[in-house]
Each structure stands twice: as structure tokens, then as C-alpha cells.
Design a protein around this ligand. Structure first.
Ligand SMILES: CC(C)(COP(=O)(O)OP(=O)(O)OC[C@H]1O[C@@H](n2cnc3c(N)ncnc32)[C@H](O)[C@@H]1OP(=O)(O)O)[C@@H](O)C(=O)NCCC(=O)NCCS
Length: 165
């Protein structure tokens, strides 16, 4: 079996971010906020700039991209990184790849001087919430109604960058 490699992406890896991001939106449109047709139309310059903004982390199995997670500095809360866009290819799930992706985003947040990492998880997405809880994320009590489905709520989870793993 090949070992899965997890690493941060640079601007030159923009095609990898595009490939994983568009696959995630196509696979799980109810979970992610982006619009697949809108993002598919972005040009190279926009994908490069997006790849370089904050951090993008990808997992590769025998060189093939199988998972992704992203982090960006919060626009309105000092010291906070927002983790978003975490997705693992369905055939690669169950191997704890998501933990490694999320921990790399946390490591980036710590290295860049942030003290907290936050994310949104949709109520009922239990496999994702279990991943986050194992890594020390806890619900804050803050939630919003899901913009596409008023029957669903999305919850904020948070952890420190220097606590846990
Ligand atoms: C959530 C997700 C990133 C987890 O990735 P992963 O690398 O498979 O994570 P893990 O291996 O730790 O498995 C997590 C759970 O998924 C479940 N799982 C295992 N194999 C699975 C499979 N083939 N298909 C679906 N779920 C599976 C397990 O029940 C596991 O639960 P456990 O905590 O009781 O062990 C992945 O399921 C995914 O991409 N989901 C769709 C997008 C999404 O929800 N992203 C998170 C947005 S907040």
C-alpha cells in the first residue's frame, strides 16, 4: 500500500487546488458554499491567487490528489484562522486523511501567529464532526440557519492552536 503524503500547496500547484476544489463542490454541493459552475469559469490568475491566499493543504496517494483542506485568516477576528473546504475523495475515506489535513492547517495557523482555528459544520454531518472532536474542536454554541436549506443549522467549532495535537 502507498503511504499518503500530505503537504501544503504553492502557487505553482494551482491546478491541484482547482481539481480538488471542483471535485469537492461536485461531490457535496449541500456542504460547501461555492458554486461549481461559477468557480469552473475562474481563470489561471484567479486560481493561482486563491491557492496562495492563506493555506491550501492536499493529500496525495501515489501522486494522485485525494483530499484537501484550506485555511484563511479571519477578516474580522484577530488571531483566528477559518478552516474550510475540507474534503476527501469518497474512495479514500476512512483512513484518517482528514485529521492530517486539518492538523496541517492548525500547524500553519500556529506558525503564522494565530491562536484559534474555527470552522463551520452542518448539523448531521456526523463523520466530519467526529473528526473535528477527535482533534479537540468543540462547538461554541454559535450557529446559523443553512443558507440553502432552512431545515439545517451550521455550527461553529473552535480549538486553540497550542492545545491538543
Ligand atoms: C468528513 C471527511 C472529510 C472525513 O474524511 P476521512 O479522511 O474519511 O476521515 P476519517 O477517516 O477520520 O473518517 C471519519 C468518519 O467517516 C466515516 N467513514 C469511514 N469510511 C467511510 C467511507 N468510505 N465513506 C463515508 N464515510 C466513511 C467513518 O464512520 C469515520 O467515523 P469514525 O469517526 O467513527 O471513525 C469526508 O467524509 C468527506 O470529505 N466528507 C464530505 C465533505 C465534508 O463533509 N467535509 C467537511 C465539511 S465541515
Amino acid at each position: 500500500m502507498n503511504a499518503v503524503v500530505v503537504r501544503r500547496l504553492g502557487g505553482e500547484d494551482w491546478r491541484t487546488w482547482r481539481r480538488l476544489r471542483l471535485a469537492a463542490l461536485a461531490d457535496a454541493p449541500a456542504i460547501f458554499h461555492g458554486d461549481v459552475e461559477e468557480e469552473r469559469a475562474y481563470d489561471e490568475a484567479r486560481w493561482r491567487a486563491w491557492t496562495e491566499d492563506g493555506v491550501k493543504v492536499a493529500a496525495f496517494d501515489a501522486g494522485v490528489p485525494v483530499g484537501v483542506a484550506a485555511g484563511r485568516t479571519s477578516a474580522d477576528r484577530t488571531g483566528v484562522v477559518e478552516l474550510f473546504g475540507m474534503w476527501v475523495r469518497p474512495e479514500a475515506r476512512g483512513g484518517r486523511i482528514a485529521e492530517r489535513l486539518a492538523l496541517e492547517v492548525v500547524a500553519w495557523a500556529r506558525e503564522t501567529g494565530h491562536s484559534q482555528v474555527e470552522l463551520w459544520v452542518i448539523g448531521g454531518n456526523d463523520s466530519a464532526e467526529r473528526v473535528y472532536r477527535r482533534l479537540g474542536f468543540e462547538r461554541t454554541g454559535v450557529y446559523e440557519v443553512h443558507p440553502h436549506d432552512p431545515a439545517l443549522r451550521k455550527y461553529v467549532m473552535t480549538r486553540g492552536t497550542r492545545t491538543h495535537r
